[in-house]
Design a protein around this ligand. Structure first.
Ligand code: CMC
Length: 445
């Protein structure tokens, strides 16, 4: 087991030769010995509390800023092998899902744990399709945003606001309410995203077209102008669908942890998912695809790549779309996206930035700095090129990530709510301040 892998019980090969799954610890401060059970390749941090120097000692804690080596939950949804560059959802490798499935089926798989039978999938798609409309008042408050409001800021606000339209979503133990919140969230996210986009352009909002499938309807809400019926190009709809499968879930990343952490307070799922959208907005997470395009714009030509890479190595900037907390190999999602780039360019024309991206990748992968640190392209390196070819402005790229991640967030939220071991998330701290000291009146400072 390496630090780059998530913990997978049946592969935890750390069993002691004598067969005892126990960690023996000697506290040199006291000379006492402890035996900590090892389960699924992990010890429980709470078991460290028995290690004390005196009766009134709080007990030993583990210190793990940014959760580099701490499992916060048990999860059966997604498995990543960072060393091998593998990703499975409910045990099925991502490349098989991209080849044979579609986004809504993968969403079902994530939420329910199994691939649906035909009638289950039909009912699921039907339920999502008939919930794509949003309350008319949502349109009014989208209008209240500045003309140049960032669409992620608008999405964050509108998703959070959905909780006020569906107050029964607070009944988080009620299976029926949970199902409705899941359906509504997956159904309405593309509508909210398209409204934000049209608001930026000053264009009228386009209502959902429920004759179209999920990605086709999104393209219609984004790009329909005066035509009576928008006919999505099937090649673009397919590429979008694959991109959405690739972004559907990615275990305990920053936004998913945010959803779980906020959701652990028993707040309604709309509010918990709004926290996920906020986390995804950041440039080190979902915002990286927007940052990649801005970076390629700045690099301008392949001639400038060596100078740019020097700047990265000197620490002046980051090579956006490279590196990952878990993958220490090629991100399998980046590999699949790269394959779809050409299919999209066949329809839209070639994006000249592709040459810069390909050359940048090649040079970085030959460079010692990136090789030593195991920095490879991640999902965001090529996705932005496709989004730009679809004529989306960079500000929309992270929105395109948030739409499909909604199913992952909801699957993880439900798993968290049903997990009897989970409680309200409340990390400990190591206090580094002083005190106690007396309050000093203003005239004495
Ligand atoms: N460019 C240059 N150097 C890098 C990069 C990069 N993109 N990523 C990591 N490094 C260096 C980092 O400076 C450090 O070097 P040193 O050991 O000399 O201090 C070393 O590699 C380890 O990096 P880290 O910052 O400790 O790694 P992390 O696990 O904390 O960060 C990351 C992961 C994704 C935030 C980081 O790789 C990064 O900032 N990448 C660029 C942003 C990006 O593309 N984010 C999208 C992630 S994938 C989509 C998603 O799931 O959100």
């Amino acid at each position: 087991m390496t630090t780059e892998q998530t913990i997978k019980p049946e592969q935890s090969d750390g069993a002691a030769p004598n067969g005892r799954d126990v960690l023996s610890v000697t506290d040199e401060r006291t000379g006492r010995q402890y035996e900590l059970p090892i389960e699924d390749g992990a010890i429980r941090a709470a078991h460290l509390r028995q290690i004390k120097v005196s009766d009134d000692d709080f007990g030993l804690m583990s210190y793990d800023p940014a959760f580099l080596n701490t499992a916060s939950c048990r999860s059966a949804i997604t498995w990543i092998d960072g060393d091998k560059g593998e990703l499975w959802h409910r045990g099925i490798p991502i490349d098989q899902l991209c080849e044979h499935s579609n986004y809504l089926e993968v969403a079902y798989l994530l939420i329910f744990g199994e691939l649906p039978k035909k009638e289950q999938l039909d009912a699921w798609v039907h339920d999502i399709t008939i919930h794509t409309f949003v309350h008319e008042n949502i349109k009014k408050f989208v209008e209240g945003f500045r003309y140049d409001a960032h669409p992620m800021g608008m999405l964050l606000a509108t998703v959070g606001a959905l909780s006020t339209f569906y107050p029964d979503a607070k009944k988080i133990k009620d299976q029926g309410e949970r199902y409705m919140a899941t359906i509504r969230m997956i159904a309405k996210m593309p509508t909210l995203a398209a409204f934000a986009y049209r608001h930026n352009l000053g264009l009228p909002y386009v209502y959902p077209d429920n004759d179209l499938h999920y990605p086709g309807n999104f393209l219609s809400m984004m790009f329909k102008m005066t035509e009576l019926k928008y006919e999505p190009d099937p090649r673009l709809a397919k590429a979008l669908d694959v991109l959405w499968i690739l972004h559907a879930d990615h275990e305990q990343n920053c936004s998913t942890s945010a959803v779980r952490s906020v959701g652990s307070s028993d707040v309604d799922p709309y509010s918990a998912v709004a926290a996920g959208v906020a986390a995804l907005y950041g440039p080190l997470h979902g915002g990286a695809n927007e940052a990649v395009l801005k970076m390629l714009d700045r690099i301008e030509t392949t001639d400038n790549i060596p100078g740019f890479l020097e700047g990265v190595k000197e620490g002046n900037e980051r090579l956006m779309g490279f590196g990952h907390r878990v993958y220490k190999n090629y991100d399998p999602r980046a590999r699949i996206i790269k394959k779809h780039v050409d299919a999209v360019f066949e329809v839209t024309g070639r994006n000249p930035k592709l040459d810069i991206a390909v050359e940048l990748e090649k040079r970085a992968l030959e460079d010692d700095y990136f090789v030593k640190r195991k920095l490879y392209p991640n999902v965001d390196f090529y996705s932005g090129l496709i989004y730009e070819a679809l004529q989306l402005p960079p500000e929309m790229f992270t929105v395109m990530f948030a739409i499909p991640r909604t199913s992952g967030w909801m699957a993880q939220w439900q798993e968290m709510v049903d997990d009897p071991e989970q409680k309200i998330a409340r990390p400990r701290q190591i206090y580094t301040g002083g005190g106690p000291r007396d309050y000093v009146p203003m005239d004495k400072r």
